[in-house]
Structure formats: C-alpha cells, structure tokens
Design a protein around this ligand. Structure first.
Ligand SMILES: NC(=O)c1ccc[n+]([C@@H]2O[C@H](COP(=O)([O-])OP(=O)(O)OC[C@H]3O[C@@H](n4cnc5c(N)ncnc54)[C@H](O)[C@@H]3O)[C@@H](O)[C@H]2O)c1
Length: 407
C-alpha cells in the first residue's frame, strides 16, 4: 500500500467523520458533475479539490456548474483545474483521497489501474470497459484494490436503490419461487449529438460524440443497457450466464454522424440452471418506450423497477416521495462511510461481470453467432488506439452479422 493511502486509511478508521476528504473529478460532463454533487451530499466533510476534462470548454462549463452547486464544498483553485489528454493524471496526482471516474468508458481500465496503484479510493461510473481486455484489467485492479484496502464503488446505481434492493431481496428470499425467465426492456429515444467546431480533427469529433463510437462507449448495449443486464445478473446472485445470442442493427441512426453503433439489440441470455433473460434495448424516437425488468418465477412474478411482486402474498414497496433517498447519493453514502469506518467496500466483482455480459451481448449481435461466457472472457479484443493524440481517429466500420467475428 502507498504511504499516502496507508496513513489516510489508518487515520480515517479513527476519524469518526471529522477529517476532510479531498475528492478529485475526472470527466466534467452530466454524470461527473452529478457525481461530485452526490459525493458532497453524502459526506459534509468532503471537499472537491481538483477537476479535469479533456476539453477546456467542458472544463470551464463544469467549473461553473460545480462552483454554483457545491458552494463551500467547492475548493478547487485554478491550479487544480486540468484539461487535455493528461487531465486524469494531473487530477490523480493533485493530493486527493478519492477519485470520481466519469469519463467515457474506454478510458476506465487504465484510469482504474493508475488510481489503485496510487492508493486512491474510487467511485467508478458504469460500464468499466468496452472490451474483454479492459474487463480483465479492471478485474485485476479490483483485486488489487481489495488487497490494498481501497474502497471501490460502482455507478451501477440501482444496486443502491432502496425499493429495488427490497424487491430483489424478496425475490432472493423465494417470494416468487424459482426464477425461470426475466425480460429486460430498455426502450428509449435517441440521445444528444454534439456539434463539433469546424476546425476540429476526426479524433476531436469522436471523443466529443463518444456515445456513437464503440471503442469509446462500447455501443449503447454496453453504455446504457448495462443497468438492466446488471439486474439480470443480480437476480442470479451474480452468477453469469453461460451463453447468449441475439439480433441487432442500425435502422434509423444510419448517418455517419452516428459512428459505428447500432440503434437496437435483442439478446437471449442463458444460465446453467436453465433460466433465461430476454433483453431488448432500443434508442429510437417515436416508438414505444419502457424501462422495466419483469421476472417470472414458479410461484409468482415481479416488476423490479416498479418494486412490485405478484404472488400468493402480493407486495409493493412504498415510500413517501419526500422520504425517498436518491440512489445516486446512496452509492456515495456507502463509499464515504466505508472510508471513514476503515471498512473498504468493493463492487468490483459485479461491475466487471455485468460489463462483460453487455459486451458478450453486443458481440453476439454484431456477429450473429452464439457466444459463451468463457469465449467472451477469453477474447483478445482491444478496441481503440494504443496511444492518444488529436488528429486522425480510429476507422469507423459498422459490423455486419454473418461476416463480422469476435477476435
Ligand atoms: N449511472 C448512471 O445512471 C449514469 C448516467 C449517465 C452517464 N453515466 C456514465 O457516466 C460516464 C460519463 O457520461 P456522461 O453522460 O457524463 O457523458 P458526458 O459526455 O456528459 O461527460 C463525459 C466528459 O468526459 C470528458 N472526457 C472524455 N474523455 C476524457 C478523458 N480521456 N479525460 C478526461 N475527460 C474526458 C468529456 O469531454 C465530457 O465532458 C459514462 O460512462 C456513462 O455511461 C452513468
């Protein structure tokens, strides 16, 4: 363990909430700025002391939003605002205790490895990687974090939602009998598109519109649908599926502005116990929208996001709207409590498994093949460049089922 991490942990185990915890944020976008606010809400002893974003203009925007939203917990002086490809390293080395990793997913495995090496506690947005090489790297980092006593909390926020937790606990306790099948729907409209400056290079354009490039986002099945796939995993006590196959394509978002990602996927995941999850996601406007996880068991059914069970003893989780705690705050409450109590929390196992589950589904749809968990985990795929600079960007090729193969 690094000396800095060791002394902080030892001190914090006895600090009983009195110490200031210095937090650094990398990725000042919608979620990053939100995560910083959640961290500050969670622990009044937190101060945001460093921020970084690859783009100067997004850093400036983040600065404005954060300063306004965090008031006295905003403690970032101008020397601790970083932009450029090395913004992450500068935030990491600025004397912080905790880092919030909120950039596009591609950068997560390398950032996670560096943050664990530096002995920092980590809040890590989902997904944790875009390919199996990245997942294996994060698995290693998570293991190392555990050995070093570093807290690692995942942005798979539904794991911290009180209603979802209560519903899942009931299902695990047998409220609907043995789970036979679940159905995950994440059917939404399209998301943002950001207009690049006229003189920007192809690499600027891809990083700005990272959602639409699989090397940066993993495609929307990985970037967004992971929330539902994680619930299917959780339903099975974090035992991963053995195989999947599926269909997908790019039917509406066909312009080159939308890079190489699909706009719909449907995947069938199969577990060793014979149970299955039918999982569909779509990002198209003007279509039926629904985000829900349905579960069918031998003795009843459940709707996880509706916090509802229909069985011999029907049940629904209810709480006053005013009393309902934000799951985004709750994940940070757990993180900072674990740091102050000196009882490190580690969400590494499920965040890696659900990321791989999503990658496996993507590859099954891209290729049109059935893919096993073992094949997905052993894949040598490593998306994106090996070094980063402004200029040319990775080639954009849309995958065609039947000819594309997972490497
Ligand atoms: N848990 C949730 O419910 C939830 C919700 C939204 C987003 N997310 C996740 O949070 C992450 C960020 O999403 P967002 O919606 O905030 O996107 P965003 O584009 O609004 O923000 C990402 C920021 O990272 C910056 N960035 C890109 N590459 C960088 C690099 N190498 N170093 C430093 N900064 C870099 C971008 O300029 C941008 O400002 C994604 O992984 C996304 O999946 C999670």
């Amino acid at each position: 363990m690094g000396i800095a991490a060791q002394s902080f942990l030892t001190r914090s185990a006895h600090a009983a909430g009195s110490d200031i915890i210095k937090v650094g944020l990398v990725g000042c976008g919608g979620r990053g700025n939100g995560a910083a606010k959640n961290a500050m809400n969670a622990d009044p002893g937190c101060r945001l002391t460093a921020i970084g974003d690859i783009f100067q203009n997004r850093l400036e925007l983040g600065k404005e939003v954060l300063q306004r939203g965090l008031t006295e917990q905003y403690a970032v002086d101008n020397d601790h605002c970083f932009s450029g490809w090395d913004a992450f390293d500068k935030v990491l080395n600025s004397g912080i205790d905790v880092i919030l990793l909120c950039t596009p997913p591609h950068f997560r495995p390398a950032q996670m490895a560096a943050a664990v090496k530096a002995g920092k506690h980590i809040f890590c947005e989902k997904p944790v990687a875009v390919d199996a090489t990245g997942v294996r790297s994060v698995m290693e980092s998570s293991k190392l974090a555990q050995e070093k006593g570093i807290s690692l909390v995942s942005g798979l926020c539904w794991r911290y939602d009180h209603g979802v937790l209560a519903t899942m606990n009931r299902i695990h306790d047998g409220a609907i009998g043995r789970v036979l099948v679940s159905q995950a729907n994440y059917l939404t409209g399209t998301l943002w598109y950001r207009n690049p400056e006229p003189d920007w290079t192809p690499m600027h354009v891809q990083v700005l519109n990272w959602m639409y490039y699989r090397w940066l986002s993993g495609d929307h099945i990985v970037e967004q649908f992971i929330h539902s796939l994680d619930k299917a995993l959780w339903l099975r006590h974090d035992v991963p599926p053995v195989r999947c196959y599926g269909l997908g394509g790019r039917q509406v978002r066909t312009s080159p502005d939308y890079g190489d990602v699909y706009d719909h996927f449907t995947v069938v995941y199969e577990w060793a116990d014979g149970s299955k999850t039918f999982a569909s996601t779509r990002q198209m406007d003007g279509c039926f929208s629904e985000t829900q996880d349905y579960v069918y068991g031998t003795d009843g059914t459940a709707k996880i996001l509706a916090n509802e069970i229909v069985s011999e003893v029907p049940w629904k989780y209810t709480v006053d709207k005013e009393k309902k705690k934000s799951m985004y705050d709750l994940e940070h409450v757990a993180l900072f409590k674990s740091i102050r109590d000196g009882k490190p929390l580690n969400n590494g196992d499920y965040m890696c498994k659900s990321t791989l589950m999503a990658i496996m589904g993507r590859e099954a749809c891209y290729s049109g093949k059935a893919i096993t968990w073992d094949e997905a985990l052993a894949s040598a795929q490593s998306l994106g460049p090996t070094s980063y600079e402004w200029g040319p960007a990775p080639e954009v090729i849309v995958s065609n089922p039947g000819s594309y193969e997972l490497t």
